[in-house]
Design a binder for this molecule. Structure first.
Ligand SMILES: NC(=O)c1ccc[n+]([C@@H]2O[C@H](COP(=O)([O-])OP(=O)(O)OC[C@H]3O[C@@H](n4cnc5c(N)ncnc54)[C@H](O)[C@@H]3O)[C@@H](O)[C@H]2O)c1
Length: 450
């Protein structure tokens, strides 16, 4: 894809996520041919509703940890769960997405006229001892804490990209993004703005972790995307760059502002602060100002109004969906919701099944040849994907459909695979994957395609 196109081609990994989807919209508006890649771990296809109507947008369900088969002049590597709830849910996936994802991007971009724009994070500064944080600060990070899968994964990805720049001249541009908020944030991502907005709109108490005196800086999504776009389109430069809004607010101030903007009468309740929760976070954006003339424009009140309006309408839609589902006896399982939201479920499922058939073959091969590292990584990825896809298949086809039988066999096979994995029986795993799982997935591909 992209070869021979007159328009410049950009690949966005993590395209269905909060930041990725806004970036996709901006790139399309700027006249790019855009390829979006996402494994839908935390992303939502509804974020791409506008983009998917644009013929210059192409979406692929895929994992950034796997070899990338897309040619692009610009690669925006944004795939990675970003909220603590999401990234702590599967620390292995979080860390490998950062590190292997960066490795795949380097492999793809090396030796080509290609610019890599990588989403790093203020979390690389950990619980900072320097305030505000300039790019020269090395950070204060716990390597084995609850947040380490994210913080250390992002730090390692920075190392990998920077070494590729030093060794092979890769044009890698690393952005350290500070707290960003706006429409399309997942309602349940546990980040402070989404928490407060959802709680206030539902009339539930606002949860303050700690005493609320800890401070944060909040950047509205449009300001961030403007900064990212300026970084991508300017002449090459070296070293990471902070993007964020330096305005600093205590969590208590934020809670009160959300209450006033939503006109909510919710109470405030205090809960213990989570481990490794930083006391302060504020970007020093001197470098971004000098290099990019970057200066955030949207005030916290203005940004919160836009965000709350979006949350309000999504909560209404969700409530209507829940009522309709209850009437039809459907559940609110996220995988099922994703499947229902998909414009063309058979196309999405077809893509996912094709990718999984290849994954089953690769995983079986790794087990048979004794490549333990690859086998272990591939196994976890594979089982995770199939497990998440099974409910989506059930919803797409419904009980009684020929696909349902195949799907039941698929779920039973996963159980056998997990037992074999526990027994470390690699030959049995290889046999199950190559002789049973692969034909089963192929069969499903055929059913979905017809
Ligand atoms: N939002 C912020 O405040 C913030 C702050 C600092 C850094 N960042 C970085 O920006 C990027 C986007 O964050 P976000 O807030 O949009 O999070 P998000 O969870 O909304 O989006 C991440 C997207 O990546 C996808 N993804 C996860 N693992 C993947 C994999 N292995 N292969 C393919 N896709 C995968 C998810 O499905 C999701 O669509 C992340 O890299 C994050 O670390 C965000």
């Amino acid at each position: 894809m992209g070869l021979g196109a007159i328009r410049r081609t950009a690949l966005v990994t993590g395209a269905a996520g909060f930041v990725g989807s806004h970036l996709v919209d901006r790139l399309l508006a700027e006249g790019f041919e855009v390829v979006g890649l996402d494994n839908l771990m935390t992303g939502d296809l509804s974020n791409l509703e506008n983009a998917r109507r644009d013929p210059h947008f192409h979406f692929e369900i895929g994992d950034v940890r796997e070899p990338l088969g897309v040619y692009a002049e610009l690669i925006f590597n944004f795939a990675c769960p970003a909220s603590p709830i999401h990234y702590q849910h599967d620390p292995y996936a979080t860390l490998t997405t950062s590190v292997l994802g960066a490795q795949r991007v380097v492999e793809m971009a090396r030796g080509r006229p290609c610019t890599v724009i990588h989403a790093s994070t203020s979390e690389v500064y950990g619980d900072p001892l320097v305030h505000p944080q300039p790019e020269s600060y090395w950070g204060n990070v716990n390597p084995i804490g609850d947040r380490s899968c994210y913080d250390e994964g992002k730090r390692c990805a920075e190392t990998l990209l920077h070494d590729a720049h030093r060794r092979w001249g890769l044009d890698a541009r690393i952005i350290r993004i500070f707290n960003t908020y706006g429409p399309r944030m997942a309602l349940d991502d546990g980040r402070v703005i989404s928490n407060f907005a959802v709680q206030a709109l539902r009339g539930a108490p606002l949860t303050i972790y700690g005493d609320g005196s800890q401070s944060r800086s909040f950047c509205y999504i449009d300001d961030l995307v403007e900064g990212i776009y300026r970084i991508a389109t300017r002449a090459a430069f070296s070293g990471p760059i902070n993007l964020g809004n330096p305005g600093e607010f205590t969590i208590l101030e934020l809670a009160k502002r959300v209450l006033s903007l939503t006109k909510s009468e919710s109470q405030l309740v205090n809960r213990p602060a989570p481990s490794d929760d930083p006391r302060h976070r504020q970007p020093d954006i001197t470098r971004a100002r000098e290099l990019l003339n970057f200066s955030p424009k949207i005030s916290l009140t203005e940004g919160l109004q836009l965000t709350i309006a979006d949350f309000r309408s999504r909560i209404v839609i969700l409530r209507e969906q829940q009522i309709a589902n209850a009437k039809q006896g459907q559940s609110d399982n996220p995988a099922e919701v994703v499947a229902r939201r998909t414009d063309d479920p058979s196309q999405e499922l077809s893509l996912a099944l094709t990718a999984m058939t290849a994954e089953a073959a690769a995983c079986g091969h790794a087990h048979r040849t004794g490549d333990h590292m690859a086998a272990a990584q591939s196994f976890i990825r594979f089982v995770d994907k199939v497990t998440r896809l099974a409910p989506a298949l059930e919803v797409a086809f419904g009980k009684g459909d020929p696909a349902s039988n195949t799907m039941s066999q698929l779920v039973a096979l996963i159980e056998q695979l997990c037992s074999a994995q526990q027994a470390q029986d690699t030959i049995r795993i290889a046999d199950l994957l190559e002789y049973e799982m692969q034909p089963l997935l192929q069969g499903l591909c055929d059913i979905v395609a017809t």
